[in-house]
Design a binder for this molecule. Structure first.
Ligand code: CA
Length: 473
């Protein structure tokens, strides 16, 4: 089989439950759904750390964050690490990276492994964004590109321009990284008034009271009531609303802009698919759509991500490649962001290097469900009670049926709503009986054996990936 091209489209904070193919009840994404209709939808694709910069490092390197050392938003990637773009480029691929990089800037952090890169500085801006373009003449550093326009459309134009310049006889790999739908959720002019006259359905758990949950989870500042001043709601809260009415108002206020920025992404995906059709490359190109992690869309009363709960843990993953993948197929195998790099290597006919910890899921793309495939995954969020959201550091294990989370809090004598917080807290969810994760059953006698097995699995997974359990200092 000839080596395929790879169009890797990754957005920022796009939760699966805001994609039509995943059953969204809050928006429509006809072009994203085309990838699912012609390819495969993964229903259990998870990130190993639900935060932007670390997930990007895991995608590029195929390693967990304690190995690539990009554990938090404040750590940047060492660009001398082995990444799949470098390997594909060395194997003859034409490679490019356009859009949000978010892994640091400067000689040690700028993108490497690309013939062409043009990226947003840091988070970048939605409107009239400057971009940084690597100098491709051997000089170090980058030039600043200044233009007017909307970020999702500019990234799309840049991607098509680059594809127009590729040589026809060598395969290409393009990383198209959208800024949207990351906050501060500024739509394009085209979508300013989309959803003006509709009420977006609320999630079932919007008024979750967090009873039974860890005290550090109850103390988080990630509720819809915490949206501002983190986010400018661009409106005064109407006078006279009671608490419930204000939560509902805040939800509508933010979710509409979030979905408007996704509408532009969907348009962009349509443009890219049309481009592949028009240039006769659709059959020879692997198209992937994913996001660096999920997002709470008012679920549990929260916005943002970070936690190991399903809405945040799940990454959308749609993939199309007619030569290998059956159309309109669904795979429930558990795949992780660390698996992407080895999978792309195998698709490109490149040997997967020993450094990569993930596993190629090419057999799953072919419709197989190997008996030896993983039935559990390891997760770790490292940022402890950061200034914006007060989310505690934690690690845990998710199996096909359960989830165990350990909040290994620093014993700082913290105080939660119900008094001092224990230095270590646990949550256990029965995903079959309680798929929305509203009841923490940790410590309940009927779960004693499941709990012990999960603790054993957590230890086993930590040893397998080479991470160390937290030890209080
Ligand atoms: Ca993100």
């Amino acid at each position: 089989m000839a080596r395929p091209n790879l169009l890797f489209i990754m957005s920022d904070d796009h939760a699966a439950h805001a994609i039509g193919a995943y059953g969204s009840v809050i928006n429509e994404t006809p072009h994203l759904d085309r990838i699912a209709a012609d390819g495969m939808l993964f229903d259990n694709c998870f990130c190993t750390n639900s935060i932007c910069t670390p997930s990007r490092a895991a995608v590029l390197t195929g390693t967990y964050n304690h190995v690539n050392r990009v554990t938090t938003l404040k750590t940047h990637m060492d660009n001398s690490l082995v990444t799949f773009p470098k390997l594909l480029r060395a194997a003859g691929y034409q490679t490019a990276m356009v859009g949000k990089w978010h892994l640091g800037h400067g000689p040690e952090h700028d993108p490497t492994g690309f013939d062409f890169w043009r990226v947003l500085p840091g988070q970048g801006h939605y409107h009239n964004p400057v971009m940084l373009q690597g100098r491709m003449d051997g000089r170090p550093g980058y030039d600043v590109v200044e233009r007017g326009g909307y970020v999702t459309e500019l990234i799309t134009d840049d991607c098509i321009d680059w594809l127009d310049r590729t040589e026809p006889n060598r395969p290409w790999m393009l990383m198209m990284h959208h800024k949207a739908p990351h906050r501060t959720w500024e739509p394009s002019r085209k979508h300013f008034s989309l959803y003006d006259d509709v009420e977006i359905p609320e999630p079932d758990t919007m008024f979750d009271d967090h009873e039974t949950r860890a005290a550090v989870v109850q103390a988080m500042e990630m509720r819809l009531m915490d949206l501002d001043p983190i986010i400018d709601l661009k409106a005064e809260v109407p006078a006279g609303l009671d608490h419930q009415a204000e939560v509902k108002w805040r939800y509508q206020r933010y979710i509409k802009d979030y979905l408007r920025t996704i509408a532009s992404i969907d348009d962009s995906v349509g443009q890219m698919l049309d481009y592949l059709d028009a240039t006769g490359q659709a059959d020879d190109t692997v198209v992937v759509y994913t996001s660096d992690q999920g997002f709470f869309l008012g679920d549990h009363g929260w916005f943002d991500k970070r936690l190991m709960y399903e809405e945040s843990l799940q990454m959308p993953f749609l993939i199309r490649y007619p030569k290998l993948i059956e159309g309109a197929s669904l795979h429930e195998g558990m795949v992780l962001n660390v698996d992407f790099a080895p999978t792309f290597c195998e698709l490109a006919g490149v040997e997967v290097p020993a450094e990569m910890q993930g596993t190629s899921f090419v057999p799953l793309l072919a419709g197989e469900s190997p008996e030896s495939w993983r039935t559990s995954m390891y997760y770790r969020y490292w940022m402890h009670r950061d200034e914006n959201h007060n989310v505690p550091a934690h690690y845990g294990v998710r199996t096909l049926t359960h989830k165990l989370i350990c909040y290994y809090n620093d014993p700082l004598g913290q105080t939660g709503a119900n008094g001092p917080i224990d230095p270590m807290e646990w949550e256990l969810f029965d995903l079959e009986a309680d798929p929305l994760e509203t009841t923490n059953v940790y410590g309940r006698p009927e779960y004693a054996s499941a709990q012990a097995a999960l603790k054993g699995e957590l230890v086993r997974l930590q040893a397998e990936v080479g991470d160390d359990p937290y030890v209080a200092s």
